[in-house]
Design a protein around this ligand. Structure first.
Ligand code: ADP
Ligand code: MG
Length: 705
């Protein structure tokens, strides 16, 4: 028998939780902390010192030697710089480990090497990390030892956001302030704030580490840049929810334990559609904590994979021909007195607050579809959105039968007097229990689907931070709530009900084009969406300018989420990131083609040629050998030509200075040249003896984990 795992005991054992603070802090300091957490404000210097000491003592008791301000620059991953608790020894050479309130609250890493998109020149290197008191500190343990990690926001000397977290926190405040106005209109006097909650479902691939190390493309680009399809793909649909193999199972078990210790509520695990693809979903949390935890999930997935002789691939499209990976970002809004604003109840037609919230969200998503699309854009996701994989690049909302019917009634008559109910599930088997069924079926093809009491934004890429999508969602919904509240707060009490009705009808009528319940993966939808005038933004670089339209600047500035300068800098960073990533991919392809594929094939042609001669000399029919040799040399010539073309294209890229122009050049020219190199080499993989092929094949990588 294996050791019994006490999950309750290990859960959050590496987190400086509120519970631990309560134990270790005086009542007064604890209450001060709690009040800042719940309602904002600043911790007094005295209290900060007490918290820092308690945090340090707890960390040291658990083996920590260093602390770090853990932050999320625009690289999309996290950053840390370790400082030990070591202080200057006294006369007798004795040293006391210390951590002050000042060190807890503010750090100053050299900011000059993080992307800032021109917000800050290199000589203005100062950047500050500032403690996010609402996200708990935790311990990270690896080869460097145990490190106390303090979640922080990262800003420039002038207070401009240089990270993903600062705008997210600003957006959470904005949506809370506006949502409170809505619930107040409907008589909720107790709620003091509204919290955006998020539950991200994370997809990932696992491959054998030995094989991974033989593929430079996986090492440098995180995805295969070459590779002929395996004889079997995902067509049998035998992997999704399939039995989890031993090696994977033991990985998942370890992963859960590590995550639980970090206070991440890892809940669901299963095999995904593609071979070697899996998913993990945690229980939802407050948006900023969910963002932090998702970063920890991604980091831990990679770390634990190493221990099991595997590598975790988070790239959105590691393998052509089988499904890529995404992240389903489940999002909702709840008041601090327990009301989920997205819960329709049994009879949504009667729930006026819910209908107004729904109408506002539809309005927000329709008005800012371009921004939402942009928030899910990253380099890898270009292989999914708008490419030959779903979800499509067109934003639409799935409501399901019940709500769509309510919306229809409201638009047509201004009244909704009934709601379709789910009824009973009939299986035709008398021994199976009769159960209630949901009023609405699911739709897996919608990028933005209502799923009972939350929206599921399914466009997000698997490797990306979920900060941007949630910042955008909070911002656009805050704006819609604000506009609705501005109108309704003016109305006299006796006219309120009619005014709400009219407003809902107005919003739904104007924005119903965003609702689509059909198959989002079909070609008809692309045409229909075009007819409706919905944007279809096919790539990350095309999506980037959505950040700096007048509409976007007005929105983000109004709610203090981004300044115009911050938005412009972010757009710039996106172009840079795109160009740099494709540049790495192209260089990796050139490297692999030159040093691995072409030499291997040349060697093979020699073997073939020798065989042709030997067979001929022996007086036998050498036509098959000759034919294979001709086929291989033809593809070899094609490869060489495409290689030269790619190198020439790259040389042209080097001459472009404007970042936007360069990014478009990489998308339109370099990418195409890359595809042209891949094609003949993939064809060669099918012609050449497997023994001489220099790297593991798709079959080796995804079927033999
Ligand atoms: P579904 O099957 O509808 O996708 P699940 O129960 O599997 O729903 O949940 C998927 C994810 O959505 C989980 O991470 C879950 O915690 C999260 N989730 C559930 N309710 C909410 C909510 N109100 N707000 C945000 N996320 C939620
Ligand atoms: Mg789901």
């Amino acid at each position: 028998m294996s050791e019994v795992l006490n999950v309750e005991e290990i859960f959050a054992s590496k987190v400086f939780t509120l519970g631990k603070m309560k134990e270790r802090l005086t009542r007064k300091v604890y209450q001060e902390v709690k009040s800042v957490m719940d309602h904002g404000g600043e911790l007094s210097k005295g209290a900060a010192d007490v918290v820092a000491k308690a945090m340090k003592d707890w960390a040291v008791e658990n083996g920590a030697t260093h602390y770090t301000h853990w932050f999320q620059p625009l690289t999309g991953i996290t950053a840390e710089k370790h400082d030990s608790f070591v202080t200057h020894p006294d006369e007798e050479g004795k040293m006391l480990m210390e951590f002050s309130g000042k060190e807890l609250i503010k750090g100053e890493p050299d900011a000059s090497s993080f992307p800032s998109g021109g917000l800050r020149a290199t000589f203005e290197a100062r950047g500050y990390t500032v403690w996010d008191i609402t996200s708990p500190a935790f311990l990270k343990e690896d080869a460097t030892g145990v490190i106390l990690c303090v979640p922080t926001a990262f800003c420039s000397y002038k207070g401009e956001a240089l990270d993903k977290k600062t705008p997210l926190l600003r957006s959470m405040e904005a949506v809370s302030q506006q949502a409170i106005r809505i619930v107040r209109l409907f008589g909720n006097k107790e709620a003091t704030k509204v919290v955006a909650s998020v539950g991200p479902e994370q997809e990932y691939f696992l491959v054998d580490r030995e094989k991974y190390l033989q593929r430079k493309d996986l090492i440098f680009a995180g995805r295969t840049l070459f590779g002929a399809p395996a004889p079997k793909g995902q067509e049998m649909e035998d992997h999704y929810f399939g039995t989890i193999r031993e090696r994977i199972g033991s990985y998942m078990k370890d992963l859960n334990v590590e995550l639980w210790k970090l206070g991440v509520t890892a809940k669901t695990q299963h095999n995904e559609v593609a071979p070697a693809q899996h998913e993990l979903a945690p229980i939802y949390e407050t948006a900023n904590i969910a963002v932090d935890h998702n970063q920890l999930v991604m980091e831990t997935m990679k770390k634990v994979a190493g221990r099991h002789g595997m590598t975790c691939l988070l790239h959105e499209k590691p393998f052509a021909g089988v499904n890529g990976s995404g992240k389903h970002n489940n999002w909702s809004l709840a008041t601090d007195n327990g009301v989920n604003m997205l819960d329709p109840g049994e009879t949504p037609n009667e729930n006026m607050q819910f209908l107004l919230v729904l109408a506002c969200i539809l309005k927000a998503v329709d008005t800012h579809a371009d921004l939402l699309r942009q928030s899910a854009a990253d380099v890898g996701n270009d292989h999914r959105l708008g490419a030959n994989e779903a979800p499509p690049a067109i934003i639409s909302v799935f409501l399901g039968e019940q709500l769509e019917d309510v919306v229809k009634q409201l638009v047509e008559t201004g009244m909704a007097d009934h709601a379709i109910q789910g009824g009973k599930l009939e299986t035709g088997v008398s021994t199976l229990p009769e159960t209630d069924k949901d009023a609405t079926d699911r739709n897996r093809t919608s990028p933005f689907a209502f799923t009972g009491n939350k929206f599921e934004f399914r466009m997000v890429g698997s490797s990306d931070s979920i900060a941007s999508p949630n910042t955008t969602l909070n911002a656009i919904v805050a704006e819609a709530f604000c506009e609705a509240a501005d109108e309704l707060e003016k109305v006299k009490e006796e006219d309120f009900e009619i005014a709400v009705h009219d407003l809902i009808k107005k919003y739904l009528t104007k924005h119903q084009r965003i609702i689509f319940n059909g198959n989002g993966y079909s070609d008809e939808w692309v045409k229909e969406a075009q007819r409706r005038g919905l944007p279809n933004i096919k790539s990350m670089v095309e999506a980037s300018s959505a950040l700096t339209t007048d509409k976007a600047i007005k929105l983000f500035e109004k709610f203090g989420i981004f300044t115009k300068a911050e938005l412009e800098s972010r757009e710039e960073v996106l172009y840079e990131t795109y160009s740099k990533s494709i540049n790495i991919e192209a260089l990796t392809m050139i490297d692999m083609a030159k040093k691995q594929y072409i030499p291997a094939v040349i060697k093979y042609t020699k073997t073939l040629a020798d065989t042709v001669i030997a067979v001929k000399e022996a007086g036998a029919d050498s036509s098959v050998q000759s034919a294979v040799l001709s086929e291989v040399t033809a593809k070899l010539a094609e490869s060489k030509k495409a290689l030269i073309a790619l190198e020439e294209t790259m040389a042209k890229a080097a001459a472009i200075e404007d970042q936007k122009e360069l990014a478009f050049f990489f998308k339109d020219k370099v990418h195409v040249a890359m595809d042209e190199l891949r094609a003949p080499i993939d064809a060669l993989e099918m012609l050449v003896d497997k023994k001489v092929w220099p790297v593991p094949s798709y079959g080796d990588l995804i079927f033999e984990v």
